[in-house]
Design a protein around this ligand. Structure first.
Ligand SMILES: [Ca+2]
Ligand SMILES: [Ca+2]
Ligand SMILES: [Ca+2]
Length: 680
């Protein structure tokens, strides 16, 4: 299906939908969603019959909420579109939804909590020592789009002590750019191994002091120490890890500094030379000398509005900033190979999150880019470091209605445990968030409604997202952090809010998802203006925690306190010379507990953020940790028997298990440590 649609779409430049669904030329619809939905635009509009998801959306979910607990919410019937974006086009939204309130008349995005139920996350921000740092991006009124998008967060073990540390990117202000105030600083929270963290960004030399957005982590010089790339409005940073707790910015010498507005980035060895190459997404070309003010010449005298209220302009109507692919020359410099590699961003789409991952698990990275309010990119690696543009043919460019979405975050995960990698994309409010099911053969289908992750997400503006197995039952669950881009929403009865609570969906055996209730006083009830989020095992206890970088706010650290007693195993991969040393874009299939689970080593994801690179597998009640089939970036395949559960193993390509951690301490190496075997 995907391939057929694609050919037509590419030839005609149209979004092609299924029978009975919207058929709107992409650009025509992009120009005015209102016109399209009222049938006054392109002239050939058919309204979508949106499937109705099961009742009991946000606030009820898993069915374990206490009766009469205040989380109930009327089932949302898809309504006639009510949204006007004004002439600027603004942001791609879906069909305007009726405002949703909880029983206390709070917008569902800030309410919808229940009195009792399972406690999954505890907000330990203060206890952990993170509340002394604050993110800042522009002024609270958000006059310009450059002030609205927030920043990413990375979980990395920068000092190689076996414990994850937290890097929080900060924004800036126009006044700071003009030298009129001190620029906000990024934080590097070193893990103290006792549940607390200490900000060492200044000593480490990674405060950035520029207008920061995205972050990715990759050991680009293969010295065994993770390096950090930060995408800025202004010149980027390539923080090389000096192996002594400090970093040196080498972006200019490396040739990756660029200069206008970079957002997400991703690392992967695209051409198989054993070195990590770098993809950098560009968003809007933001011209300080020609500020996009509503009603002025800079925006073609357009009015920038949202539901009839003045808001900042963009991204639609503003010039885009192109993406770049840089080849790692192995001497600390990079060469721009964007055009040669076949990934030229000719239309300069509004790129946010970029991801490199080997979709078919052959170790050769493909490239995904979530574009805001424009079609997403999916570039398939031809095996030689050049790419085929499969954006339309794969079905990844648009949603099921043939409509572009305001893509923010990308989560990658095999939620069915069938070996095929699926993707979940967060987007704007009034629109459902999209689950792209992998049909095999580089073809994807939007199954959001069928899978139960569509309807309850509509009132939320979604950002950082991740497939995490929070309860270690072996099935990947889904987390997303939320927050609106327009502070003005709090002054109106629109059923949405600037600060929003996160959403967690439980994976019910790979068939569908159900919303986990937000129990009062717990992490899921924390209402914050979320943006970046990163996922990882911060405390080496086998439970995946979440760090949220909230705009103009203190961060949020949600510790996973799920009461399950399931087993787990984590795997850290180290590549041999033909693979990048940090094994980025390796794939592991773990056969255990009667399942075959998949995890991929990624340098970036979520919303312009970077997750724990160690692969985490929930084992349920199984006490046999099973066998790992490792597909290295070099192309080598090996199988390794995992000796015991509840441990974090380090596996070296061609060698096998070299170390194990139990509760963060070195365990006795298993007697007769199993060696890697070449897989058939
Ligand atoms: Ca550490
Ligand atoms: Ca390094
Ligand atoms: Ca699970």
């Amino acid at each position: 299906m995907g391939r057929i649609r694609s050919v037509i779409a590419m030839v005609l430049g149209l979004a092609v939908a299924f029978p009975g669904q919207v058929v709107v030329p992409v650009k025509a619809q992009a120009a005015s969603s209102q016109a399209a939905t009222e049938g006054t635009g392109s002239g050939k509009v058919v309204l979508v019959a949106t499937p109705v998801e099961r009742a009991g959306a946000a606030g009820t979910g898993a069915g374990t909420a206490a009766p009469g607990s205040g989380g109930a919410q009327a089932a949302q019937e898809p309504e006639k579109p009510a949204q006007s974006q004004g002439n600027m086009g603004g942001i791609a939204g879906g069909l305007g939804a009726k405002p949703v309130y909880d029983e206390q008349k709070r917008p569902i995005t800030a309410g919808g909590t229940v009195d009792s139920g399972p406690v999954i996350f505890e907000d330990i921000t203060v206890k952990a020592g993170l509340s002394g740092w604050k993110h800042k991006m522009g002024v609270p009124e958000k006059k310009f789009i450059v002030e609205t998008n927030g920043s990413g967060v990375a979980l990395l073990d920068y000092d190689n002590d076996g414990w994850l540390d937290i890097y929080l990117v900060n924004g800036s202000t126009l006044a700071a750019l003009d030298g009129k105030e001190t620029p906000p600083k990024a934080a590097l929270f070193r893990n103290n191994h006792d549940g607390t963290f200490t900000d060492v960004a200044a000593q480490a030399g990674v405060t950035n002091d520029r207008w920061g957005y995205g972050v990715s982590v990759g050991d680009y010089d293969n010295d065994g120490w993770p390096d950090i790339f930060v995408g800025n409005y202004g010149k980027n940073r390539l923080y090389h890890n000096n192996r002594d707790g400090t970093f040196t910015d080498r972006a200019e010498q490396a040739g990756v500094a660029l200069g206008n507005w970079s957002t997400g980035s991703a690392w992967g060895d695209v051409d198989g030379d054993g070195r990590l190459d770098l993809y950098v997404a560009g968003y809007v070309h933001f011209d300080r000398d020609n500020l996009p003010v509503s009603g002025t010449k800079s925006v073609g005298y357009s009015h920038c509005g949202y539901r009839g209220v003045d808001v900042n302009c963009g991204p639609r109507g503003l010039p885009g900033e192109p993406d770049h692919l840089f080849h790692n020359n192995g001497d600390g410099t990079f060469t721009d190979i964007t055009v040669k590699a076949g990934v030229e961003d000719k239309e300069k789409y509004f790129g946010l999150t970029a991801m490199m991952v080997s979709i078919n698990g052959n170790g050769k990275p493909d490239i995904l880019v979530g574009n805001d309010s424009e079609p997403n990119y999916l570039y398939a690696n031809k095996g030689n470091g050049t790419f085929e543009d499969d954006s339309y043919s794969s079905g990844f460019a648009l949603n099921k209605d043939g409509r572009e979405i305001a893509s923010m975050g990308i989560a990658a995960g095999d939620y069915e445990n069938n070996g095929l990698l699926d993707f979940f994309i967060t987007d704007f409010g009034d629109d459902y968030k999209v689950l792209y099911h992998n049909d095999g053969d580089m073809s994807f289908t939007d199954v959001s409604y069928k899978a139960g992750v569509a309807q309850s997400t509509i009132p939320f503006v979604g950002w950082g997202d991740g497939f995490i197995d929070y309860d270690n039952d072996g099935w990947l669950d889904l987390f997303m952090t939320n927050g609106h881009v327009y502070p003005q929403v709090d002054q109106h009865e629109w059923g949405t809010s600037w600060a929003e609570r996160p959403l967690l969906f439980h994976n019910d055996g790979g068939k569908s998802f159900s919303l986990v209730p937000a129990v009062k006083g717990t992490g899921l009830a924390v209402v914050t203006p979320g943006r970046g989020a990163a996922f990882g095992d911060l405390f080496n206890d086998g439970k995946i925690d979440v760090v949220i970088n909230a705009i103009d706010h203190t961060p949020v650290l949600l510790r996973n306190v799920s009461p399950d007693h399931h087993h787990w195993v984590e795997i850290r991969l180290v590549g041999d010379v033909k693979s990048p040393r940090d094994a980025t874009c390796a794939t592991v299939y773990l056969k255990a507990n009667g399942m075959r689970m998949r995890q991929d080593v990624l340098s970036s994801g979520s919303y312009i953020s970077s997750n724990d690179r160690r692969l985490h597998f929930g084992l349920g009640d199984a006490t046999d940790a099973g066998t790992a089939e490792i597909h290295w970036p070099s192309g080598a395949k090996e199988t390794v028997k995992i000796p015991a559960e509840d441990r974090i193993y380090s596996i070296v390509e061609g060698v096998g298990i070299v170390a194990a951690l139990c509760g963060g301490e070195n365990c006795d190496a298993p007697k007769e440590a199993p060696k890697a075997k070449k897989a058939k």
